[in-house]
Design a protein around this ligand. Sequence first.
Ligand code: 5GP
Ligand code: ZN
Length: 113
Amino acid sequence: MSDCLFCKIAAGEVPSTKVYETEDVLAFKDIDPQAPFHVIVIPKKHIASAAEITPENSGVIAKIFEAISVIAAENHLDGGFRVVNNCGEDGGQTVGHIHFHLLARRNLAWPPG
Ligand code: 5GP
Ligand code: ZN
């Protein structure tokens, strides 16, 4: 996807502060953090949203959650954390490349509103 911001970040065409990277997954700091620790975790290959997950592409979602577990351990998120996926307009998704917010280091309200 040539016009996708997170594809460009995955390709290194747009700079980001990388936190963790594997062959398939990239995690980088959110530019507008909503918590003291706020990282975005993406598949390097474009998937538009959670509504586009299929049996063919779902393997990388497991890899994203494996990455989240490693990132949490490496960053000592011992108090816990929240993983958020916003999907579509009503879900508040603003970047059309599936991503998971990893938020931590503050008490996160529930329900989120
Ligand atoms: P969404 O609203 O789609 O769930 O989340 C998109 C997230 O991407 C937002 O939290 C926003 O701050 C972040 N974001 C948008 N543009 C950039 C950017 O250029 N670089 C980084 N690091 N984060 C971005
Ligand atoms: Zn993309």
